[in-house]
Design a protein around this ligand. Structure first.
Ligand code: MN
Length: 295
């Protein structure tokens, strides 16, 4: 196998060319992907054309799977197998769920920059999202390199945030994007967790760990915490830090949730199906749901 890497943006994100994911991943491929991810944080494999089974096998080469959360208050039948997070606009019969319908209200929170599963107490490592059906317009994914964001912060800002611990609360984050009617049972199914605001990557670089699920700071009042988190969010979402991924069918896009943020751009119409399926891997196990601890 001859593997090459082609950068997609001045700061981060690259395409890995020459990978055949239909075969069990060998040591050379695993190392090439780990190296690309350490440098670029977002890696795209074009034309991956793999089954759900191959997608899951490839993902497990990089860590134990994190299974999609059980959401109290949402009882929709699953379209995909339990290992896969369904980021589509489709119901269990593969029919389009209208953008304005109640059923899609939760997904709209993903239009704010976030880090997948930062509401999980286990350390989420990567997301691997495969484009089975890609619409001709809309549904782009935008990424931010929060290592570059951290590096660009003024030194006094870095020193001030260094000791802080952030509160990541899925439901509070959704409420901030307009969701109403969150019940106590829903909150109990996904309680808030804490993570350091500044993370150190295994290779030594530091990153800002914020995003849509970060809604508080330990020991601070909510208004004070949100003022700082919103200021950091506004700084991070400057255009120079953003890579905009335009999907092609069978793109596999891998991102490191520890040092990137991402958001979905909305589908502008209900004319198109978008079938995108995600695995998520953690730094370590057990292989369990992102909120299994609550059960
Ligand atoms: Mn996401």
């Amino acid at each position: 196998m001859s593997l090459t890497v082609k950068p997609l943006h001045p700061i981060f994100a690259a395409e890995l060319i020459g990978a055949d994911l239909t075969q069990p991943p060998d040591a050379e491929l695993v190392r090439a992907v780990e190296d690309a991810m350490a440098r670029y944080a977002v890696t795209v494999v074009r034309d991956a054309r793999i089954s759900d089974e191959d997608h899951i096998r490839f993902s497990r080469a990089f860590g134990p799977l994190e299974l999609p959360p059980h959401l109290a208050g949402t009882s929709a039948k699953r379209r995909l197998r339990a290992e896969l997070f369904d980021a589509s606009n489709l119901d269990a019969n593969n029919e389009i769920i209208p953008y304005d319908s109640e059923k899609r209200r939760l997904a709209k929170g993903a239009e704010r920059f976030h880090s997948d599963s930062s509401f999980n107490s286990l350390p989420t490592k990567w997301s691997l999202l495969l484009g089975h059906i890609v619409p001709p317009e809309g549904g782009d994914t935008h990424f931010i390199d929060t290592r570059a964001v951290y590096d660009a912060l003024p030194a006094e800002r870095r020193a001030r945030i260094e000791p802080l611990v952030a509160i990541h609360d899925f439901w509070r984050g959704r409420e901030r994007t307009g969701l109403t009617g969150v019940t106590d049972a829903m909150r109990a199914s996904m309680p808030a967790v804490t993570h350091p605001l500044v993370r150190t990557m295994p290779y030594g670089r530091r990153s800002l760990y914020i995003g849509g699920h970060a809604t508080g700071i330990v020991g601070w009042s909510e208004p004070e915490a949100l003022a700082l988190l919103d200021e950091l969010y506004d700084f991070a979402t400057q255009e120079r830090f953003i890579y905009e991924h335009k999907w092609r069918q069978w793109d596999l896009v891998i991102w490191d949730n520890r040092c990137t943020l991402h958001r979905a751009t909305p589908l502008q119409t209900d004319r198109y199906k978008r079938d995108v399926r995600r695995t998520t891997v953690n730094e370590y196990g057990p292989e369990t749901s992102a909120n299994a601890a609550a059960y």
